[in-house]
Design a protein around this ligand. Sequence first.
Ligand SMILES: Cc1cc2nc3c(=O)[nH]c(=O)nc-3n(C[C@H](O)[C@H](O)[C@H](O)COP(=O)(O)OP(=O)(O)OC[C@H]3O[C@@H](n4cnc5c(N)ncnc54)[C@H](O)[C@@H]3O)c2cc1C
Length: 377
Amino acid sequence: MQLFDLGSRHREIQVTARSVAARVEEFAAEADECTEPHPGVLAALRESGLACLVVPAAYGGESEILDPLAIAVVREALMYSSAHLDSMFGMQGVGSYSLAVGGGDDLRARWLPRVARLEAIAGLALTEPGIGSDLRGVTTTVEAAGEGVRVNGRKSFITNGGAADFYCVLGKEGDGYSMVLVPADAPGLTVAPGSELIAPHILGELEFADVIVPEDHRLGVPGKAFALMLQTLAVFRVTVAGSAVGLAQAALDEAVRHATTREQFGKPLMALGAVSQNLALSWTEVESARAVTYRAAALARTDPLASLDRSSIAKVAATEAAGRVVDRSVQVMGRFGLVRGSKIERLYRNARPLRVYEGATEVLLDSLGRRLSKGAS
Ligand SMILES: Cc1cc2nc3c(=O)[nH]c(=O)nc-3n(C[C@H](O)[C@H](O)[C@H](O)COP(=O)(O)OP(=O)(O)OC[C@H]3O[C@@H](n4cnc5c(N)ncnc54)[C@H](O)[C@@H]3O)c2cc1C
């Protein structure tokens, strides 16, 4: 039961995504330990055809303009079972969107149909060892080199690093910013395994040493590609909110299952006032996060940049709610909530990165605060 009515196409997509999630559930714990693509997850996603949602129709996708609500609904369903599953789906879009929007026809035709079929894995390389939230400070360089484009620099904490077939890379070019697509096998590109996280993730550290790609591998206008990168965030930030809603729902369901079956003081935990109040509060937060996410995602379809405030609000609301909900669920489950290898323990770990990547909460609040002071409402 939920308070926001999806249309029939979104419902169909949700059913498909839930069936993929159910299929993955039995090996989700194993998949969520993976730092390379889990074959069972890849197979389930490929068979579902869901990745076509992140690519424009002309290149094997479902609609000409991406539908952030459809993507958010899918991520919600996938994250309910597995963060690895959610990431393998979501990153196909995050990693390829600047190509879809800023790439030439040949380059798009070469890669996007394969992204839609999950035959090529995508990566987006923005973060550097010294640069995180403040992306205007990137030090990777992009420059014209004869018939091609030269890339030098290092990128850090890159999802799908080492597994991706190509990376869309942001670098400095003169006084501006440029993006280029670098195939994973480009000479001069080396990838080392990334840090091990509390919630394992496919991560790589990329080094570009005089990597040269053809001129047609540029994405967007040279020197003006920062806006292209922002567009990616504008479309996909709200879909992270979808993932957070799915994780929060899973944590709530775990806690309710426990509280209705375990008895203390002669009755189910659920009959003890504080427990049911806690869970009711979590339910309220999950439903509120879902409503704000679906609305922001629906708005993002027509003009993602114009609705960026709403997407940021949804991301903050849903990821912060997920943190509170999963923490309350652990508390309700007592010592059983602390057992390594249990689903709730995995959810607790998987909730944490959501508040950091694709715009840390404080960074988003900072920019929302500035927007408020300029009269945004
Ligand atoms: C699992 C995972 C996957 C990732 N995948 C990718 C990827 O595929 N590609 C990629 O390019 N990057 C990726 N990243 C990196 C991610 O984008 C950065 O972690 C994120 O941008 C934050 O940068 P930082 O970690 O360097 O934190 P910093 O920028 O050092 O910020 C640290 C903290 O300081 C605070 N802060 C920073 N700036 C402000 C501000 N203006 N106002 C108020 N508070 C502020 C916030 O609390 C923030 O959390 C990934 C990270 C993780 C954890």
